[in-house]
Design a protein around this ligand. Sequence first.
Ligand code: EPZ
Length: 416
Amino acid sequence: MSKIAICGGKSLNGEVDIQGSKNAALPILAATAMNENECELSNCPDLEDVKAALKIISYLGGRSEYGGHTALVNAAGIHKFEIPEELMGSMRSSVLFLGPLLSKFGQAVISYPGGCSIGLRPIDLHLKAFKTLGVSVEEIGGRIYCKVNKIQPNRVNLIFPSVGATENIMLLTAVSEGETVVVNAAREPEIVDLQNFLNSMGAKISGAGTETIRIIGVEKLNKVKYNIMSDRIFAATCLCAVASCGGNVVLQNVNPEHIGLITSMLSGAGCNISCGSDYVRIRSTQRLRGLGKIMTSPYPGFPTDAQALFMSALAAADGTTVFVENIFESRYKHVPELIKMGADIIVDGRLAAVTGCNYIQGASVEAQDLRGGAALIIAGLSAIGDTVVSGVRHIDRGYERIEDTFASLGASIRRI
Ligand code: EPZ
């Protein structure tokens, strides 16, 4: 099992080209399973989760090639509608193949998806929405059997703006008859990217990015070439690393609007940030200030995926920051590891109070999930002394060789 070794305390300087978005690429890859024609996806990140999605497409009978950040998918050969447990367990986004398979075959058999262990992560909102759209759902022995004769257009009210449920509804109804409306839809930029991708294939979807999405079903989808949006959480990871290590870095190919709250908060912590149309420059020359309170919430609120990243960056800040994790019920698995490095953090349920210490020290720590693992890398980069991060497989699910990114900025970091 590979590990990452870091000799901390170096400032970060230079430029980073932001990778394509994992959380946009995964629903888009699921969407290719509905298309009888070829899909060419550029700016598709080279990640374990992307490989897992391509593996599902191949298992179902489709063809896929990947190279140079481009995925070529031809799903015409897909003839299976059952996804085995081991493929379902490889990541959370395996559940997003449910909509496309039901749309194509009128039936699908899956089991519960995998993904980071940051909470129970049920799929009841997906299944409840699908029942509203005419799908019958039966759970037998851990397998979920779904059937639909004809998708019933309807108004679907989500009790919570679930990203995955919103995406699955869009995937199920893109090729159907009539108009479906999603009320209280998730508003994340990745939903907008999925809408843009589906529409580029000939779908008729509007409203993504707002709380109401309208899908007018179409008969079929066309061949498409599509460029996937950049990864806003990867950008947030780089920003938090520079903020805590010090330095001067330009992030290229980023959409500053997607990280407006992140950059304004880091400015509030003492960083100097300037933005252009597709870049963000961050300069950090002083000890960060605590931010008082950070509550995670659905977009455009503070992203839960940035909670661990900010916690690492603020562990040695001057002042206190209280985190309230409102999205997932157990997303503090990085806290004990940060405490090993000298951080002063108290967790009580959904709250985590971080009292800035003078500095954090290098230690041997273990990643428990994707963003918590990235947070440990950030902590190692800014710590005094040497850090070894194990459990790197969690980090590789969402970051393209994270060590190369930071080594290119002057960090002393390598995979061992
Ligand atoms: C997506 O997960 C992202 N993953 C997550 O990023 C991100 O943290 C999350 O959205 C919130 O922004 C991908 O896009 C692949 P949700 P998803 O459905 O779709 C509960 C990362 O690090 N819920 O909005 O699973 C759920 O348990 C990952 O890149 C139900 O109760 O998020 C959670 O508490 C981590 N029932 C909350 O809603 C359901 O049917 C938000 O979940 C669905 C969700």
